[in-house]
Every structure is written in C-alpha cells, then in structure tokens.
Design a protein around this ligand. Structure first.
Ligand code: IDP
Ligand code: MG
Length: 149
C-alpha cells in the first residue's frame, strides 16, 4: 500500500503540537508504520532538502531543521501522499486554508511546522533516506474494514 514520509519540524515540536498533528493523521484513517524522535544531522538535512540547495533560504532552512528535535514518520494508506499534502496545506501558512495543519497553526513560511512528501516517487526516496527497513512495521490495523470498503 502507498506510503508517505512526514516530519514534524522543530517548531512543531517546540510548540507542543506533536500529539495534535499525529492525531490528525490517525483520525483521518491512515496507518502509522514508522516513527522516531530525533535530532537531524546537517548531512541528512542537506540531503533531504537537496533540491533547494541553490535557493537563498537554504542555509537558514538547514539551520532551522537541525536546531531542535523532529518527529520523523511514515504513514500508510490509499492515496496517502496526495491526501497528506492536503491535510498539511500550502507551503506558506498565511495562505494555507484553515482546517489544514499549516493553516491552523502557522504564520511564517520559514516556520511551517511539518513536512510531507510531494509525490509517490519522492516519498519512496525520503522514506529510504530517513528509515532503515527494520524500523518500519508491516501491520494491519484491526479497524481496517471500518475505514476501507
Ligand atoms: P513544501 O514543504 O510545501 O513542499 P517547498 O517549496 O518544497 O515546500 O520548500 C521546502 C521547505 O523550505 C518549506 O516547507 C519551508 O520550510 C522552506 N521554505 C520554502 N520557501 C521558503 C522561503 O521563502 N523562506 C524560508 N523558508 C522557505
Ligand atoms: Mg517540497
């Protein structure tokens, strides 16, 4: 089944939003298959955000993402990659719709609380970057028939 990589960024952790954010994915009906609370190394940050290496905000972004713990997660479900992006909302929290995580909790593009993979292929790359195989659980929630027809 489809999987995506989600990370609660240092601002989300510092602001005490871990439970709230995890709850949104759980209550939506997605399945948590991997989770770790960790400091991000500069090397991992630069690799993860490699596509933005030439952008002016890149040095600040790497500083920010390595400045406090993050919660790295893998969530599973039908259409989870695109759906998670919708739950997260637009990159700039000021223009993100109310009801989305960024729309409800943020005001600044450089403090937008959460990361989510932008495509199925990106998700596969990011999951492999952040997690080893043995860190992911292959399991089926017993509630599944009440979530999927
Ligand atoms: P996304 O997280 O919605 O996919 P991207 O455009 O891929 O957004 O940018 C990656 C991350 O880089 C953003 O989530 C945000 O943390 C940071 N970022 C993007 N644009 C800016 C900016 O103009 N100033 C500061 N940080 C930015
Ligand atoms: Mg992106």
């Amino acid at each position: 089944m489809e999987r995506t990589f989600i990370a609660i960024k240092p601002d989300g952790v510092q602001r005490g939003l871990i439970g709230e954010i995890v709850s949104r994915f759980e209550t939506k009906g997605f399945t948590l298959v991997g989770m770790k609370f960790m400091m991000v190394t500069r090397e991992l940050a630069e690799e993860h955000y490699g596509v933005h290496r030439e952008r002016p905000f890149f040095p600040g972004l790497v500083e920010f993402i390595t400045s406090a713990p993050v919660v790295a997660m893998v969530w599973e479900g039908d259409g989870v990659v695109a759906s998670a992006r919708k739950l997260i909302g637009a990159t700039n929290p000021l223009t993100a719709e109310p009801g989305t995580i960024r729309g409800d909790f943020g005001v600044s593009i450089g403090r937008n609380i959460i990361h989510g993979s932008d495509a199925i292929e990106t998700a596969q790359t990011e999951i492999a970057l952040w997690f080893k195989d043995g860190e992911l659980a292959n399991w089926e929630p017993t509630i599944k028939p009440w979530i999927y027809e």
